[in-house]
Design a protein around this ligand. Structure first.
Ligand code: 5GP
Ligand code: MG
Length: 201
């Protein structure tokens, strides 16, 4: 299970540059750094020095992946799969594969990494696709878990943080491809969605 977010009385202030758009910080950069490091220790223990193929889903995992793998003291190869489920909105839509895996994972130990487990649709579809390639085993790792929203019977083996049912951005996660560069995980002001929707209608 992922780390629970403590209800800290000391709320981290949103940096002035983002205050118009970001309502609050849910997970600070320091909390992320600490948890990602301990997650790497958990994964190392599970893989017992065996070489892994890290399969990471684009593009939301970029920051998490970069931080996670530098703490993984194991032999590894890395590849990406492109999966897109969101257009502009914040609701899970149909899945499109935009980049296929290139490394051969047959007989290998795979670590599948995603940014967030929400309904579980993405993980379920990707796992089914990976299983066809006959890896030795697949372990799953997500930075965030939103159990409140689950529609598929799936849990990740390694979870950074369990979070409430908010739409979050930052640390790689986007809203309409923006906000991936925020160093923290935050919640957007509702007016941001409303304005974005107005622009396309
Ligand atoms: P699922 O298929 O489990 O419903 O959703 C997984 C995918 O939806 C994630 O890979 C992520 O891209 C996107 N997603 C789900 N919840 C959120 C969220 O709160 N914020 C952002 N930015 N993306 C989300
Ligand atoms: Mg994603």
């Amino acid at each position: 299970m992922g780390a629970q977010l403590k209800n800290s009385k000391l709320k981290a202030p949103v940096p002035p540059r983002w205050r118009q758009e970001v309502e609050r910080i849910l997970i600070t950069d320091a909390q992320l750094a600490r948890r990602v490091k301990s997650l790497a220790r958990e994964i190392e223990k599970d893989f017992l020095g065996r070489e892994m193929v890290v399969v990471s889903l684009l593009s939301g995992t970029v920051m998490f992946l970069a931080d996670l793998i530098r703490h993984l003291n194991l032999p590894m190869r890395m590849d990406f799969m492109g999966v897109s489920s969101y257009g502009l909105g914040t609701e899970s839509g149909d899945l499109v594969f935009t980049k296929e895996l290139r490394l051969d994972v047959k007989g290998r130990d795979v670590l599948l990494v995603d940014d967030i487990l929400d309904t579980g649709k993405t993980m379920t579809r990707v796992l089914a696709k990976l299983q066809l390639l006959e890896p030795r085993r697949i372990k799953t790792c997500v930075l965030l878990d939103k159990p409140a929203h689950r529609q598929f019977d799936i849990e990740a083996d390694f979870v950074g943080f369990e979070i409430p049912d908010f739409f979050v951005v930052g640390y790689g996660l986007d809203f309409a491809e923006r906000y991936r560069n925020l160093p923290f995980v935050g919640v957007l002001h509702p007016h941001v969605y409303k304005e974005a929707i107005k622009r396309v209608l």
